[in-house]
Design a protein around this ligand. Structure first.
Ligand code: BES
Ligand code: MN
Ligand code: ZN
Length: 486
């Protein structure tokens, strides 16, 4: 699909035109006005916020549909109003299976700055995605050929390009998550990461079982034991500042499937567990974006990927593991597997890649979904500066974050009487004790943790997103890295 910018609208060149308007606003474009004028009234469309109206018109040459999208009062068009409304308009447009779609922004020239235009381009690209490759009907369906933004700002092209580029990285993550677990096995995830990294010049190294064994990553290996699929340790590097010895690690949870293991999940909870590699998808997508932007900073992306399964080889409740760090862990619940893989991945980041700052991102707890829903990621850190930076990045990426607490009492929930730690601190405050467990492996390094169990995969549609993988975290991590670049 092609993304274009044009400063003028030729109606007959498109199958569908999305026309966002504010209340009381008229339309300068003559041809467009002729078509929409009869409908710009209280019986049809008043441009109230989040209202939509479709007009089927036929010019001399061919039929065209106009989707009027209401932005509400002009002085109240915030960033999110623009992205939600225009994104939803594009989503409606794409559902009509057109070849060519235009988004007409010339009427909004005084409120759409280049940052807003970037965000609009980003969500429009996201709105045109659906995971339909396994639908027989999608084989015959016409594919969207182009999406054109009609905008006459001088910097429109760069702004649209920036948004489009980001969307490509986000779409990588969405596709990885949407792919079912019978296909997206650990090896496949490593292959996809390799393809993505090669595309943008990111160095990548993938390690298999024997290397992981040699590293003594026994917590990670224990989780992988029940599966026939070989675990993989994926290490992606962008050394953008060779003059510096500082290295930032982005560590993503990569469970390609989480059945719960012997502490088995109920049927319904298992339904969405192909998405338990959402953190790793965010890291891979972010590395793709970083590879394109080439910021002056050293970043290493780390994913310890495997499946959490049941078999005669699986790990068991009551097992005591010795993690790569030397810390011992009592397994009190085999379904608290993510933190075990992250523990070793973080130790690897520090010991082997010399990371001095750690960001981990993971679909870690059901508790964070109960607390914050599908809207906010739960963030845990003891470092206020790191929190400020993540918050700033999230404001720019429009991916909401909420800080969750950590203190000694929450850390102490992970104390065991037979090992240094146990892998679950129980139900209450589950998101916080889980975060504290992961943090116990960050040694003295600045560390921040993003629990995206609610945001990585949605079961209810959003204005510009279909159900399924959201790509949450890709933009945020890329933004964060840019913020830290020299
Ligand atoms: N992958 C799950 C967390 C999850 C839940 C992700 C819902 C997405 C949606 C994680 O491995 C898990 O099972 N966590 C347990 C921990 C508990 C056993 C301490 C949970 O949250 O129930
Ligand atoms: Mn689990
Ligand atoms: Zn899990």
């Amino acid at each position: 699909m092609e993304f274009k910018v044009n400063n003028q609208l030729e109606l007959s060149s498109y199958d569908v035109v999305v026309l966002p308007l504010c209340e009381g606003q008229s339309v300068d474009h003559k041809e467009l006005l002729d078509v929409v004028k009869p409908y710009l009234n209280k019986d049809f469309f008043e441009a109230k916020k989040e209202t939509y109206f479709t007009i089927s018109a036929s010019s001399a040459e061919k039929p065209v549909q106009i989707i009027l999208a209401g932005l509400g009062k002009k002085e109240e068009v915030y960033f999110e109003t623009a992205t939600d409304v225009i994104g939803a308009g594009v989503k409606q447009a794409v559902s009509k299976k057109p070849s060519r779609v235009a988004v007409y922004l010339n009427e909004l020239s005084d409120i759409v700055c280049s940052d807003k235009l970037s965000a609009i381009a980003k969500v429009s690209a996201l709105a045109s995605y659906r995971f339909d490759k396994f639908l027989s009907s999608s084989k015959e369906a016409k594919k969207l050929e182009s999406l054109t933004f009609i905008d006459s700002h001088e910097d429109a092209e760069t702004a649209v390009e920036r948004g489009y580029s980001l969307a490509q990285s986000i779409l990588i993550a969405r596709k990885l998550v949407d792919e079912p677990a019978n296909i997206m096995k650990p090896k496949k995830l490593a292959e996809e990461a390799t393809r993505v990294c090669n595309e943008v010049g990111i160095e990548i190294n993938v390690m298999g079982r024997s290397e992981i064994e040699a590293l003594n990553m026994n917590a990670f290996l224990s989780v992988a034991k029940g599966s026939d699929e070989e675990p993989q340790l994926i290490v992606m590097k962008h050394m953008g500042d060779p003059s510096s010895s500082e290295i930032t690690a982005l560590v993503g949870k990569g469970l390609t499937y989480d059945s719960g293991g012997y502490s088995i999940k109920p049927t319904d909870s298992m339904m969405t567990m192909k998405s338990d590699m959402g953190g790793s998808a965010a890291v891979i997508g972010a590395m793709h974006e970083i590879g394109k932007r080439k910021p002056k900073i050293n970043v290493v992306g780390i994913v310890a990927t495997c499946e959490n399964m049941i078999s005669g080889h699986a790990y068991l409740p009551g097992d005591i593991l010795t993690s790569m760090s030397g810390k011992t862990i009592e397994v009190v619940n085999t379904d608290a597997e993510g933190r075990l893989t992250l523990a070793d991945a973080i130790t690897y980041a520090i010991e082997k890649e010399h990371a001095c700052r750690i960001v981990d991102i993971c679909t870690l707890t059901g508790a964070v979904v109960v607390a914050l829903g599908e809207e906010y990621a739960g963030v845990i850190t003891r470092d206020d500066n790191l929190w400020d930076d993540v918050y700033k990045a999230s404001q720019a990426s429009l991916e909401p974050v909420w800080r969750m607490p950590i203190n000694k009492a929450l850390e102490d929930k992970n104390k065991s009487s037979v090992a240094d730690l146990k892998n679950s601190g129980g139900r209450w405050g589950g998101c916080c004790s889980a975060g504290a467990f992961v943090g116990a492996f960050a040694q003295d390094k600045p560390w921040i943790h993003l629990d995206i169990a609610g945001t990585a995969f949605i079961e209810t549609e959003k204005p510009y997103l279909t159900k399924g993988g959201t790509g949450y975290g890709v933009h945020l991590l890329a933004e964060l890295v840019s913020l830290w670049a020299k």
